[in-house]
Design a protein. Sequence first.
Length: 493
Amino acid sequence: MKYTSTRDNSIRINASEAILKGLSVDGGLFVPLEIPKIEKPFSELKDLSYKELAYEVMKLYFDDFSEEELKSCISGAYDEKFDTPLIAPTKKVGNKYVLELWHGKTIAFKDMALSILPHLMVTSAKKNNAKNKIVILTATSGDTGGAALAGFSNVENTEIIVFYPKDGVSRIQEKQMRIQDAKNTHVVAIHGNFDDAQTGVKDLFNNEELNKKLLENGYQFSSANSINIGRLVPQIVYYFYSYLNLLKDGEIKEGEKLNFVVPTGNFGNILAAYYAKEMGLPINKLICASNENKVLFDFFETKEYDRNREFILTNSPSMDILISSNLERLIYRLAGNSSEKTNQLMNKLKVDGKYKIDEDMKTDDFYGNFATEEEVANTIRKTFEKENYLLDTHTAVAVNVYDKYLSKTGDETKTVIASTASPYKFTRSVMDAIDSEKYGKIDDFSLVDKIYEISNMTIPAAIDEIKRKEVCHNTVTTPEKMQDVVLCALNIK
Ligand SMILES: *Cc1c(COP(=O)(O)O)cnc(C)c1O
């Protein structure tokens, strides 16, 4: 399997090179030349453990890894760092199923891919005889940072630098990043929003002079953002796993289609579901749920992507994004794998902040809608009252959008909600939704005990750590100064 760039179709590289590079030099994203089909029958796959299934899916994409290499990456990732041997259980909640993707170390779905990415990257470096130290540069809307820091902390021959918007993440997310004490970790707050951080990181990647300077000092950049193919592919696994679990439990029949609802920001998680569908997983609709930053909803309605709008800070901060990077991979598919067309549109995005896709670029696989802040709070409260199940704010966006989809379409296809974070990670917003008068005056960290009291959900180890540990990263900067911070962190003059 070779990979090419969404902006330059003449590129051909192996999976391990694509993982190492992260982003193509032309600014495009790496994509497999074709999406492979899953060939083993589901009857054979349904009894596999998460790790075994992960191997069956990932080997189709990472075919320049030996069986031993890939299996070792997988077992290094999906082990007791997760608090359930199922890794990602699917539960029945009322009229739908919930796929819980937050049983990893930082209690959000980013762990599903970021627990394996460091292993994939270190193996890729060995395979390609890369001698440079890898510098992971990451912009985060909150959860990627924590998960990437956890994944890369103390990984040999790597440094990781995380940039987050100073007032754009939850208190718990922020503290989780700032307590990382491994020597190779660097955490930096910037004055600006997530898009400023992400654009800044992309500019650093494309800065030739800086790249040269790094090379001279024995370093090279790579990315842990969801633009890295090494993050996208591991995310495909759990859509198959959820389907197969429901099949095994007799909840669905073989061949029966499911809808998946995905709370979306950078379009990485839902793109993985789309890849799963293309690989042969029976999926009816991919329901793309946005918060008030509803640029994707508008895109599916009008075929125009327009980021020229106010950036809204919501209580689902990991979805506060106006430039959904991974959408470029979908655009490329819809354009019939044309890098020329993709280039043209992405250029428009850069220059005008918007583009419109052609009428014949069909987005029928998707349904998009959004939830307001008030609707999110109501959904958390009602779901708790009715089902005794506590949703985090991101998952609540998805549940609310599913309710809208259902009343609009009457579609009776069984539906799985991708649940992307534990309510313990967003205590403030979750408990304000339950009863703002009662919980409003209690601080974010003490609310942990209140969540325990009302829900009886086990308090995750991650939360204990956040409460206990001291903050050790204090750098705050502006987007213009990001380059200086990088050089300083790497001790380059
Ligand atoms: C990152 C994140 C999302 C958005 O996922 P994308 O892949 O960026 O679309 C949703 N919810 C949570 C909790 C997240 O951390």
